[in-house]
Design a protein around this ligand. Structure first.
Ligand SMILES: [Zn+2]
Length: 241
């Protein structure tokens, strides 16, 4: 078992490439000393990337996952051909940026939804063409009003930033944890990451976000479904999709 991967996207979600040393390989995938790839968690899909070694040979990362038990980050690779690298090798890792950027825009958009809907979050998912959030809420919601408010926030071009707080600070502000189904992300020092949308939203989150809300682009609340007594599912898509 190698030590954990330094997750470079935590402090710079716009970082597209890095040098990475192979630290471990097994049937689940490859581990590195550091990575620009976000692992599938908190409803956000794992990144895809390419790995290039010294002689220019390219390998594709087809998914990035977190091991359920150890929490270790695994880069899933196409195993149909022989491995062209081994433990100790340094490779250049470059993420599929177009794909990641779509996920970032939707993730930031879901935080805006959280800022509008005042109810606990039961779960959610961020895909390439849509994102959804499930709220613990009895009252119906208005699709048109929600779309309008979301686009108003997006037009404000509010800055989105991250910072880390201690357990004690989080305990003093339990409202910062919006999603009951996801544990707040902690770093090695045990601090928790907060994502702040200036003047709009503040919550614990480990995901990748855009820097300004206008980057999200115009969105549309496609549907609001009633998934049982206390569950309202909101699905958001891009307005130009
Ligand atoms: Zn989030």
């Amino acid at each position: 078992m190698s030590k954990s991967t330094k997750q470079l996207f935590r402090d710079d979600s716009y970082l597209k490439s890095c040098e990475a040393v192979v630290t471990h390989i097994d049937e689940r995938g490859v581990q590195f000393d550091q990575s620009v790839c976000y692992p599938h968690s908190g409803g956000q899909l794992g990144d895809h990337a390419t790995l290039v070694n010294d002689d220019g040979t390219t390998t594709h990362i087809t998914d990035t996952q977190k091991d359920k038990d150890s929490g270790q980050q695994y880069h899933v690779i196409d195993t149909s051909s022989a491995l062209t690298f081994s433990v100790g090798d340094t490779l250049t890792m470059t993420i599929d940026w177009e794909r990641r950027y779509k996920l970032m825009r939707f993730h930031s958009c879901l935080h805006l939804v959280c800022a509008i809907v005042d109810a606990p979050v039961n779960g959610g998912s961020i895909q390439l063409d849509r994102a959804r959030l499930d709220f613990d809420l009895k009252e119906p919601l208005d699709k048109v009003a929600l779309t309008e408010k979301l686009n108003q926030f997006i037009e404000q071009d509010a800055a989105i930033s991250t910072r880390w707080i201690s357990d004690a600070e989080l305990d003093a502000h339990p409202e910062l944890v919006r999603t009951m189904s996801v544990k707040p992300p902690r770093n090695a020092e045990g601090t928790i990451r907060l994502v702040e949308i200036d003047g709009i939203d503040l919550q614990a989150c480990g995901g990748t976000h855009v820097a300004k809300t206008r980057e999200i682009g115009e969105v549309l609340v496609r549907k609001i479904e009633n998934k049982g007594k206390q569950n309202r599912r909101i699905t958001v898509v891009s307005a130009d999709a």
